[in-house]
Design a binder for this molecule. Sequence first.
Ligand SMILES: Nc1ncnc2c1ncn2[C@@H]1O[C@H](COP(=O)(O)OP(=O)(O)OP(=O)(O)O)[C@@H](O)[C@H]1O
Ligand SMILES: [Mg+2]
Length: 220
Amino acid sequence: MTVRGYFVAGTDTGVGKTLITCGLVTGFRKLGIAAGGMKPVLSGIDSADVSDIATVSGYSQDFRAVCTYRLRAPTAPNIGAEREGKSIKLAAIQADFSRCAAIQALTIVEGTGGWLCPVNARETMADVARGLQLPVILVVGLRLGCLNHALLTAEAIVRTGLPLAGWMANTIDPRFADAADNIAFLQRRLRAPLLETVPHAPQRGSTAFCLELAARLLAH
Ligand SMILES: Nc1ncnc2c1ncn2[C@@H]1O[C@H](COP(=O)(O)OP(=O)(O)OP(=O)(O)O)[C@@H](O)[C@H]1O
Ligand SMILES: [Mg+2]
């Protein structure tokens, strides 16, 4: 299977998916690989995710190219969509992905919330990822509770039949004293490589940071 991109999943909302997505897109582009990002479902019109992804992808502020559903409320997409009288359809997301994939060698798709975040009454982000048939990168936000979230998510990813390409340990909380022990445990338990340990407050847009992310992924 030719890899057309990656799906960036997280152990939860707010764990660093956008940081990693933008870093990977930037890193690949710096390596000369045509890469672009997508955030098919945005919850919360004030979120910067879509504009950040559009910017690093070179789409200026063409939100439509990056995002199929921009929902106003910062709530679960199934709830936000229903409030607006919208119905999230996987086929529409797949069509937008195909448009991106037609002009990019790699499309990095940021999920919304966690892996089983619902998008409508029946389907979740896992179904979105499965519909796109992309290998998954799991971003683990290092904080108390992340072992449970990481194990549950990895199990659920395997159940969808998608490959878990690797995981990233993201130091979102500098006061979390057990980061090293948590990483060591997950290295033993997750059947996928640790691609990168992201420090707290990295130089997010820097060439070094972005190249490192992309290079680590390509090395596996
Ligand atoms: N390594 C880090 N160091 C410091 N702050 C970080 C780090 N990673 C992420 N953050 C911050 O944590 C917040 C959440 O990160 P980010 O937006 O990337 O998460 P997300 O998983 O994309 O969230 P969402 O579910 O809203 O899409 C942001 O304010 C971001 O700047
Ligand atoms: Mg995000």
